[in-house]
Design a protein around this ligand. Structure first.
Ligand SMILES: [Zn+2]
Length: 481
């Protein structure tokens, strides 16, 4: 869901000038026939929520891994309550010097209609230097690359310094059978890890195929919807009373508009702001530096918050997104409801934000419920779980990233970012597993087609991504150099 929609995507508008100066042509990489073949197979298995089947894709990947040398016990197709929404978990055994690492990738794709596309979205098509098909950007490219990398390491009899677990899962894009959530709740033994990597977020942003930045998603905001409700006996509109359900909800929303959440900087947003201070110029750069000081400059925070992207980086945001009220033009409203959508900073829980909203609205006539995404039903109390405040990115991971990215995209900066959308990493983070989002497949900043029509990925970008992931995993888990 989140691919290329977060801080990472946004910073390119300003990063471009710098990037053009720094961009370097990538070294030529050879195609990986196995990765391409798996990619084709995955694209051609429809995994949409409406008619698709992630169990079929999971089973196909399990077969590939077993043919590649994995034992039956080390590759498991795991199906939860819905037989069409299954997952696969594979384990490459390491020396046990460190606790396991986990790679997650979603198998499901967003709906795609043949009549909207120039090619069949479920036929893998190579055309004009691109691979076309639903899931070529989001994220069957990375799924195929991970499966191919694991098979290659298995066939080399490579022993990493920790187990490498790969979980390919259902219902990231929609549906109620999210595989990562389900595995963490029901089969934690299969996926428990010291940290996780999710290629659904972050990654290489490019311009006409030239890499600009390598975005390392190191934390994410938590998504939450709240429903405000005011009820009233109503009556005839010719006899208005001061007690009016619409006014109560409207007043509450007005107070919300005037009450931004306090600003807060964590190690990841600090690193991103430090990077942006070097990219921006003039008063904007001065404001960023003033915000980074201890204590931060309140006037600079206010100025920076005028920009939606900086604002969403600096604080939890809650915004009115829907409104519904009344039942007749000539009747006093018996009911008014609004939806408020929040994106919560790590370190805070949905229940904490619900209490904040109640305090901001300051009106007992307005009830505030949390919407359970699994059922779409309002709940009186929200969960108290929160994503961990992120630690600074792991040194071993940064070292391996710098080493491998530096050979494929010399001079391209690695920028830690906080995704302001949401991906499956939020489940691993809430479960206490620090999670990092990046892929090695570069996507042009003006060619983001995830969820859209004619989704495509540059052939060279796929080949680079395959080389990147394989080399990265070995640099991360190989003997120290
Ligand atoms: Zn995705």
């Amino acid at each position: 869901m989140s691919k290329r929609y977060g801080c990472g995507g946004g910073l390119l508008a300003v990063g471009l000038a710098l990037g053009l100066a720094r961009a370097a042509a990538a070294a030529d990489v050879p195609p990986d026939p196995l990765a391409r073949d798996i990619f084709k197979q995955l694209i051609e298995i429809n995994t949409t929520l409406s008619v698709g089947d992630t169990t079929a894709a999971a089973t196909a990947m399990a077969r590939r891994l077993r043919e590649g040398g994995f034992s039956e016990a080390d590759v498991q197709v795991v199906v939860g309550p819905n037989p069409r929404r299954g997952n696969v978990v594979a384990r490459l055994h390491g020396s046990g010097a460190h606790r396991p690492m986990l790679i997650i990738g979603h198998l499901d794709v967003v709906e795609a209609r043949r009549e909207d596309w120039n090619t069949d979205p479920f036929v893998f098509t190579e055309k004009d230097g691109y691979f076309y098909g639903r899931g070529t950007q989001d994220m069957k490219d990375a799924d195929a690359i991970a499966v191919a990398a694991l098979i290659r390491m298995k066939q080399e009899a490579y022993v990493p310094d920790r187990d490498i677990i790969l979980a390919l899962t259902a219902d990231e894009e929609g549906g109620i059978n999210n595989g990562v959530d389900w595995l963490l709740r029901n089969r934690r033994d299969l996926v428990d890890a010291e940290f996780a990597i999710n290629p659904d977020a972050g990654g290489v942003d490019s311009d006409a195929g030239r890499a600009l930045t390598f975005n390392l998603e190191a934390t994410e905001k938590l998504y939450a919807d709240y429903r405000l409700t005011a009820t009233n006996p109503g009556g005839h509109s010719s006899l208005p009373k001061p007690d009016n359900a619409i006014y109560h909800v409207a007043d509450a929303l007005g107070r919300l508009e005037r009450s931004p959440f306090p600003s807060e900087i964590n190690p990841v947003t600090r690193a991103w702001l430090e990077y942006m201070a070097g990219v921006e110029a003039g008063p904007r750069a001065r404001d960023i530096r003033a915000v980074l000081r201890t204590p931060p400059d309140a006037a600079a925070i206010a100025r920076l918050s005028q920009d939606a992207r900086y604002n969403s980086t600096l604080r939890t945001t809650c915004v009115a997104t829907r409104l519904e009220a009344g039942h007749a033009n000539n009747a006093l409203p018996q009911r008014a409801t609004a939806n408020v959508n929040c994106r919560i900073l790590p370190g805070h829980s949905p229940e904490e934000v619900r209490q904040d909203l109640i305090r901001i609205f300051h009106d007992p006539r307005v009830a505030v419920a949390w919407i359970d995404p699994a059922t779409d039903q309002p709940q009186d109390v929200a969960p108290s779980t929160k994503a961990l405040t992120p630690p600074p990115p792991r040194p071993d991971l940064m070292r391996a990233l710098k080493e491998v990215a530096g050979t494929l995209w010399p001079g391209v900066p690695i920028v830690p970012v906080m995704e302001t959308g949401a991906s499956d990493s939020i489940y691993t983070m809430v479960a206490g597993i620090p999670s990092y989002g990046f892929s090695g497949t570069a996507i042009d900043r003006d060619d983001v087609r995830a969820h859209g029509q004619d989704e495509r990925l540059r052939v060279r970008s796929f080949d680079e991504g395959a080389v990147f992931y394989y080399r990265f995993l070995k640099a991360l888990t190989g003997p120290p150099r």
